[in-house]
Design a protein around this ligand. Structure first.
Ligand SMILES: CC(C)(COP(=O)(O)OP(=O)(O)OC[C@H]1O[C@@H](n2cnc3c(N)ncnc32)[C@H](O)[C@@H]1OP(=O)(O)O)[C@@H](O)C(=O)NCCC(=O)NCCS
Length: 273
C-alpha cells in the first residue's frame, strides 16, 4: 500500500466497528512502510492486511479484511498467505476476533491470552500532585527504554510518532524522578482510546488512567483494551464503571513473548500490537 491506501484499510476497520484513531495511519505506516498489503481485483481494492516487521525477529498482523461483497470467494486466504510470506522466519502476533480463532489455530497460531475492550466515559478530575508529567518533557531515550520490555521487537520509529500525534495526550508518571509508567490518549472515530497504558503498579496505572481520562471531553466515550490475565487491569476498568465491548484473542506463532502483563494495563493497538 501507499500511505494513501492505508486510509482505505482504516476506513474498512471503522466499518467493522474497530473504531480507529483519527491519525493512526501516519504512525502505522512509519512503523514499516512495506508492511501494508492491498489486494486488487482489476483496479478495485478488495482486500487488506498489515504485516508489520519490528526488529529482526517479530512481526504483527492486523487489518485482515476483505470487502464485504467479496468474502467467501478465496480472496482473503490469498492476501493472508502473501502477508505470512512477508513475515517468514519471525514470531508473529495478532489480536484475532472470536470468529476467526479456529482459522488462526489451523494456521499455526496459539492463544496467549484474551484482550478485553472496555468502554467508559471521559472527563473528571485528577490530582495535580500525582507525579504526572507531559511525556514531551522527558528525553525520548528514557521513554523508549521504559517501553522496550513491553514489546517483543524494536518499535522506536512508531513510538516517536505515536506519542506526538495530533489531538492526543501523552503523559508519564514519575517515581523518584524516574519514569514509572506512561500512557497515551488519542482521538478516535468515536470518542478516545487509551493505549498504551503501562505502569509499575496498579496504583500508578490508576493515577495515569485518571489523568488521561480527564483530558478526554467530558461525557465522551473512552476505550481501554486490557489483557484479561492482568486482574488489576480488569479491576481498574470495572472500578471506573467501564463495560465490556468485545474480546480478542492475542495469539502468536512460535513461543509466546515474555511480556510483563502485570504491568500492562492497556494494549497500544489491536492492529499493530
Ligand atoms: C476474515 C476474512 C478476511 C476472510 O476473508 P474471505 O475472503 O472471506 O476468506 P476466504 O474466502 O479466502 O476463505 C477461504 C477459506 O480459507 C479459510 N481461511 C481464511 N482465512 C484464513 C486464515 N487466516 N487462516 C486459515 N484459514 C483461513 C476460510 O475459513 C475458508 O475455508 P473454507 O473454504 O473451508 O470455508 C473476511 O471474512 C473478513 O473481512 N471478515 C471481517 C473482518 C474480520 O473479522 N477480519 C478478521 C480480523 S481478526
Amino acid at each position: 500500500m501507499t500511505r494513501q491506501e492505508v486510509d482505505i484499510a482504516i476506513d474498512w476497520a471503522a466499518a467493522e466497528g474497530w473504531n480507529p484513531g483519527l491519525y493512526d495511519a501516519n504512525c502505522f505506516y512509519v512503523a514499516d512502510p512495506n508492511g501494508f498489503l492491498i489486494g486488487l481485483l482489476g483496479d478495485e481494492p478488495i482486500a487488506t492486511i498489515s504485516v508489520v516487521k519490528y526488529g529482526d525477529s517479530f512481526g504483527f498482523l492486523g487489518f485482515y479484511i476483505v470487502k464485504p461483497e467479496y468474502r467467501g470467494k478465496g480472496y482473503g486466504i490469498q492476501i493472508w498467505n502473501a502477508g505470512l510470506a512477508y513475515l517468514t522466519g519471525r514470531t508473529i502476533g495478532l489480536d484475532g476476533v472470536v470468529d476467526q480463532q479456529s482459522n488462526y489455530r489451523n494456521a499455526g497460531f496459539r492463544l496467549a491470552y484474551k484482550n478485553i475492550r472496555y468502554r467508559g466515559t471521559g472527563g473528571g478530575y485528577f490530582s495535580t500532585e500525582s507525579g504526572i508529567v507531559q511525556l514531551s518533557s522527558l528525553p525520548f531515550d528514557e521513554i523508549d527504554a521504559y517501553d522496550k520490555p513491553f514489546f517483543p521487537g524494536d518499535r522506536m520509529q512508531f513510538l516517536k510518532c505515536w506519542i506526538d500525534q495530533p489531538q492526543s495526550t501523552a503523559l508519564g508518571i514519575l517515581r523518584n524522578r524516574t519514569l514509572a509508567g506512561y500512557g497515551v490518549l488519542r482521538t478516535c472515530r468515536s470518542g478516545c482510546k487509551i493505549g498504551p497504558l503501562f505502569a509499575d503498579s496498579p496504583e500508578l496505572a490508576e493515577r495515569l488512567f485518571l489523568a488521561l481520562k480527564a483530558h478526554a471531553p467530558e461525557g465522551a466515550p473512552i476505550f481501554l483494551d486490557t489483557p484479561a490475565v492482568n486482574s488489576a487491569a480488569v479491576d481498574l476498568a470495572k472500578r471506573h464503571n467501564m463495560t465490556l465491548v468485545f474480546e480478542t484473542a492475542r495469539m502468536y506463532t512460535g513461543n509466546n513473548p515474555d511480556l510483563p502483563v502485570n504491568r500492562l494495563f492497556g494494549v497500544t493497538t489491536f492492529e499493530l500490537g
